[in-house]
Design a protein around this ligand. Structure first.
Ligand SMILES: NC(=O)c1ccc[n+]([C@@H]2O[C@H](COP(=O)([O-])OP(=O)(O)OC[C@H]3O[C@@H](n4cnc5c(N)ncnc54)[C@H](OP(=O)(O)O)[C@@H]3O)[C@@H](O)[C@H]2O)c1
Length: 259
């Protein structure tokens, strides 16, 4: 059996950087996202460094049938998932009533459904291998987000689910960590419809540093990982501020970020 580290959303941003870091440490990877060409290029880059060439498994994770096919492909490759990085996700910016309904439901399918499905499918294999799970939420998980309402709510789910799972897995040899980045320079902001200049004014972190914090936190057995001091401060402030004050504040901030 091949002990696999499965990384979703590996074709860009934080997922690509996590793949590079984990490959460097000897993880045998399976790379998942929709854009095959980018996954192949990353697999070539990793193989060129003398590492095992990752499995390239293009897949639209929001489709349940595609997730079934993904599991079959892993089985056919004699792969046992020992580590799972549930990183794929996207956001949408704008008032909920005006954003496209199907797109908002797609977001729930990817950010919540796919993440939960992969976790439930592979948890027995991960437990047997005494491996672990790294889920990518966001600092959006710590507060409600008017003008990105569904996105923030999906990330609150990821945080809650991951923390509870971490508790259930305690003492069972399986690590469960949840990474909560703040603004990070990746493909995320373009897909979400965020203004590039305003996003840059928020001093985004780079994807490499965020991935490094996530990977180090996972290996250290940290339950919740918040990279960067600004994000740590935002988390504390969000916890201390009453929602009556926080809601209009976040709404104003988000209104300014529209592309
Ligand atoms: N960037 C930020 O400011 C920020 C802040 C907090 C949290 N996050 C979270 O970080 C995670 C990674 O995002 P990122 O910032 O690295 O953004 P990104 O550069 O846009 O990467 C997103 C990844 O998800 C994949 N993906 C999107 N839809 C998919 C689908 N239906 N099926 C399979 N794969 C899909 C994309 O690949 P394909 O397009 O090839 O499918 C891509 O590899 C997300 O969960 C995001 O919510 C980001």
């Amino acid at each position: 059996m091949r002990q696999i580290t499965l990384i979703t959303g590996a074709s860009d941003g934080i997922g690509t950087e996590l793949a590079r870091l984990m490959a460097r440490d000897g993880h045998d990877l399976a790379l998942v996202a929709r854009r095959r060409d980018r996954l192949e290029a990353l697999a070539d880059e990793i193989a060129a460094q003398g590492r095992p060439r990752p499995l390239v498994l293009p897949c639209d994770l929001s489709s349940p049938a595609a997730r079934d096919a993904l599991e079959s492909q892993l089985l056919a490759a004699n792969g046992q998932v020992a580590w799972l990085v549930n990183n794929a996700g996207f956001g949408l910016h704008g008032p909920t009533a005006r954003l496209d309904r199907a797109l908002q439901l797609d977001m729930i399918d990817l950010n919540i459904h796919a993440l939960t499905d992969l976790t439930l499918r592979f948890l027995p294999q991960i437990s047997a291998a005494r491996g672990g799970l790294l889920h990518v939420a966001s600092i959006a998980a710590f507060l409600p987000g008017p003008n990105m309402a569904v996105y923030y709510a999906t990330k609150a789910y990821v945080l809650s689910f991951s923390e509870a799972l971490a508790q259930e897995m305690k003492g069972k040899g399986v690590r469960v960590s949840v990474l909560c980045p703040g603004p990070t320079s990746t493909g995320f902001q373009k897909r979400a419809g965020l203004d590039a200049a305003l996003f840059d004014a928020m001093h985004p972190m780079n994807a490499r540093d965020v991935a490094q914090a996530g990977y180090a936190g996972l290996m250290a057995g940290q339950r919740v990982i918040v990279p960067g001091w600004m994000n740590k401060a935002s988390r504390v402030l969000a916890g201390l501020t009453p929602h009556a004050l926080l809601l209009p504040l976040v709404q104003r901030l988000q209104e300014r970020r529209k592309a």
